[in-house]
Ligand binder design. Structure first.
Ligand code: SAM
Ligand code: SF4
Length: 328
């Protein structure tokens, strides 16, 4: 059976961007109130006293935009300092990263994934829903600073949307040639913006791989990480190319993760809303840590069945929450 030891933790459901595919401007989002968010103390207790004892050792901080969480550097240092933490990483939109990368690295964060859907400032701003001064340069600076500071591996996440940024696939792939950057193409999922998904459709990893391979050639490769990416590289390139194919392939049987939302719901499967546990309410109402450990253990034992259900129902079911709420 697959070991489930990887927890994606949403630090906050808010974001300073409104990416078309994630939090479209027209969507009404019911943000959680600050008092509903797990505090740093609660989060550290849950990690230390519940998740680590039941076998989780790898943690990714995400959101929403995790760098918007007040005190995030301090929280990183607390999680990194736990002796059982084998891997601590973050997924960020990079907007605030230039000013925080060194502090985050000093606090013990070693790996970072930065979303970069376009190299064209205008396209980028359209994707993130920005009508003011371009934000692209700040994200680009964040990537450069993170690289200099030594985050390794440094991964760039690209969601490819037909008619929006698909014309840039070769250019984005070429970023890996001279720098040890790892570009990961993520298939667009119908979570967050069904309208865009239905209008534009999605492009499979297979199509992207063929396009890139026809231009540069591709060989299989490896990069460290916890994800389900299939990894390749352009011959002699310094970095790699990852393809995350959650639409065209089913990797439920290899799933190694659970997700904790900012308001403390533990979700065993991205595609399945059932069987979630409200850890925050349990913790705040004084449920013993022993009891919480057994709730999570029971959920771990149920996960193969939950995964199986997601597998047979397919990946295009109805989703009630966006990636920013779930902790993508
Ligand atoms: N704000 C951070 C960021 O954008 O990197 C972290 C949170 S974001 C929800 C995490 C990842 O989910 C990003 O790489 C984003 O591109 C991806 N994502 C969000 N909505 C998606 C969708 N509908 N399909 C595929 N990926 C999506
Ligand atoms: Fe914000 Fe990330 Fe969602 Fe974009 S993908 S809106 S940056 S949470």
């Amino acid at each position: 059976m697959n070991t489930v030891d990887y927890l994606r933790i949403s630090l906050i459901d808010r974001c300073n961007f409104r990416c078309q595919y994630c939090m479209p401007e027209e969507a009404e989002l019911n943000y959680i109130l600050q008092q509903e968010r797990l505090t740093d103390e609660e989060l550290v207790i849950l990690i230390k006293e519940v998740f680590i004892p039941v076998g989780f050792t790898r943690f990714r901080l995400t959101g929403g935009e995790p760098l918007l969480r007040p005190g995030v550097v301090d929280l990183v240092s607390k999680i990194a300092a736990l002796p059982q933490t084998q891997d601590l990483s973050m997924t960020t939109n990079g907007f605030l990263l230039a000013g925080m990368a060194q502090q985050l690295h000093d606090a013990g964060l070693r790996r970072v994934n930065i979303s970069l859907d376009s190299l064209n400032a205008e396209t980028f701003d359209a994707i993130i829903g920005n009508r003011g001064r371009s934000q692209w340069g700040k994200v680009w600076d964040g990537i450069q600073v993170a690289y200099k500071v030594g985050f390794d591996p440094l991964k760039l996440n690209v969601v490819v949307i037909p008619g929006v940024n698909d014309s840039e696939v070769l250019e984005l792939a070429a970023l890996t040639i001279d720098k040890q950057w790892h570009v990961r193409f993520i298939e667009f999922m119908p979570i967050g913006n069904d309208r865009l998904f239905n209008e534009q459709g999605w492009i499979s990893s297979e199509q992207l791989r063929t396009q890139i391979s026809n231009k540069y050639g591709l060989t299989t490769a490896f990069v460290s990480g916890n994800g389900p990416a299939d990894v390749f590289k352009i011959p002699d390139a310094q970095g790699t190319l990852g393809f995350i194919s959650q639409m065209s392939e089913c990797f439920c049987d290899r799933c190694n993760r659970m997700r904790l939302s900012a308001d403390g719901w533990l979700r065993p499967c991205l595609l399945n809303e059932s069987n979630q546990i409200d850890l925050k309410t349990a913790l705040r109402s004084g449920v013993e840590l022993d009891k919480l450990r057994s709730l999570v253990s029971d959920l771990l034992a149920l996960k193969p069945e939950i995964n199986y259900k997601a597998r047979v129902s397919g990946t295009t079911g109805a989703y009630n929450r966006t990636m920013s709420q779930i902790g993508g």
